[in-house]
Design a protein around this ligand. Structure first.
Ligand code: UD1
Length: 368
């Protein structure tokens, strides 16, 4: 690489921030080689889903904020494409970098392909094989359009090979979200969130739930909450609530029957408080993708309220179990953990805090 390359990083939704922050830091060490711009699409705009993460992760203010906000999938993706196209045409970057599987990722990938800008995808190759998940569509298309695919776990290598993606585009670099976790674990340890919530280490369950498949279905949501409400009488449950979930709970009138002393619904938390709550919990109950990985690294048991995972390594060698969404099965898995039958688990290969270093080294090598 003999000239300075213009790199544009695209973020838009909560899980993007911790994936981009280690890479931004790493690029800073190579300012002679890269000039970096950060664009926030505005997919997430609530303080707790966006600015708080920028603050906790000490991220630079985005160079450009597109302010697109919420909408149907078509509206949101299209709005991002229209606004981002203008920016990319004027910035003319040599490379756009996208993260994960959110609508902002897909919109940016489509733009780069149409304009003819090289694209790198961080967290490539993950597949749930469930096309009803919006994220699965975003992953497949983004990978198909990418020139450099940075893979976090080995299943990604197999998936991409089966889809016929050329081997020389694929780089097994490890999990960048674990870079962010390792960088922030010590400072997260200083969070006073346990005191604020009057919780004791290992004596509470941390829960999150926001997937449309779980929270948009009234019967399913009511069944899950009833079961969790019952469990909370044995061990308190803390449930930072995504705005989508909060809206549905209100809409379905599900809040009134809950035992608010033991099942604690709270606003979404920032990165450091949430990381600390995970690290000190007895176990985590979730339908998130990233939390399956964070708990694996932390060796905290994780019960995933879904029928599949795009992150199979967390089940094969980690602390994760895929429990589906039937209350009975979830209660059985909880009983296993409460009775002390924890799995012995390991940290997956290359989840070592050096993923951003490997990505930047690769880019120095492959960009002409
Ligand atoms: C998005 C991602 C999902 C990720 C999640 C993390 C897609 C398709 N999904 O889901 O993969 O796990 O982010 O949070 O990109 N809302 C607010 N404030 C906000 C943002 C959203 O109130 O700042 C509400 C709005 O009612 C909005 C709804 O949440 O319509 C859904 O937001 P959206 O960005 O479409 O998807 P998420 O469910 O957040």
């Amino acid at each position: 690489m003999n000239t300075t390359k213009k790199i544009t990083l695209i973020v838009g939704a909560r899980p993007n921030y911790m994936k981009s922050s280690p890479l931004i830091e790493e690029f800073k060490k190579h300012q002679d080689k890269f000039s970096v711009k950060l664009i926030h699409t505005g997919q997430h705009y609530d303080h707790n889903l966006s600015q708080l993460f920028f603050d906790h992760l000490k991220m630079p203010k985005p160079d450009i904020h597109l302010g697109v906000g919420s909408g149907s999938h078509a509206e949101q993706t299209a709005k991002i494409m229209v606004e981002l196209e203008k920016v990319l045409l004027s910035q003319k970057p040599d490379l756009v970098v996208v993260f994960g599987d959110v609508n902002s990722t897909l919109a940016a990938a489509l733009n780069t392909a149409k304009i003819g800008i090289k694209l790198a995808h961080v967290e490539a190759g993950l597949r749930s094989f469930d096309n009803t998940m919006p994220e699965e569509i975003n992953r497949i298309i983004t990978d198909r359009l990418s020139d450099y695919l940075f893979v976090s776990e080995k299943s990604g290598l197999n998936n991409l090979a089966k889809e016929g993606i050329a081997n020389n585009k694929i780089f097994f670099v490890g999990n960048i979200m674990i870079d962010a976790l390792i960088n922030n674990l010590e400072i997260a340890g200083k969070s006073d969130i346990l005191e604020k919530l009057k919780l004791k280490p290992r004596e509470y369950i941390l829960m999150t739930m926001h997937r449309p498949a779980n929270v948009d279905n009234e019967e399913l949501l009511a069944g899950l909450l009833k079961a969790i409400d019952k469990i909370s009488k044995t061990i308190p449950v803390v449930f930072p609530c995504h705005p989508r979930t909060a809206n549905r709970l209100e809409e379905f009138g599900l809040l009134s029957g809950l035992n608010s002393q033991s099942l604690r619904l709270i606003d979404p938390l920032g990165y450091l408080d949430f990381l600390h709550l995970q690290a000190e919990s007895k176990f985590v109950l979730t339908d998130s993708g990233g939390i399956q990985e964070e708990t694996t690294f932390l060796k905290i048991p994780c019960i995933t309220m879904r029928d599949n995972t795009e992150r199979p390594i967390t089940v094969e060698i980690g602390s994760n179990v895929i429990a589906g969404t039937k209350p009975q099965r979830i209660i059985e898995e909880i009983d296993q953990i409460l009775s002390g039958k924890n799995k012995i688990c390991q940290v997956p290969e290359l989840w070592d805090g050096q993923t951003a270093v490997r990505i930047v080294e690769t880019l120095i090598r492959v960009l002409e």
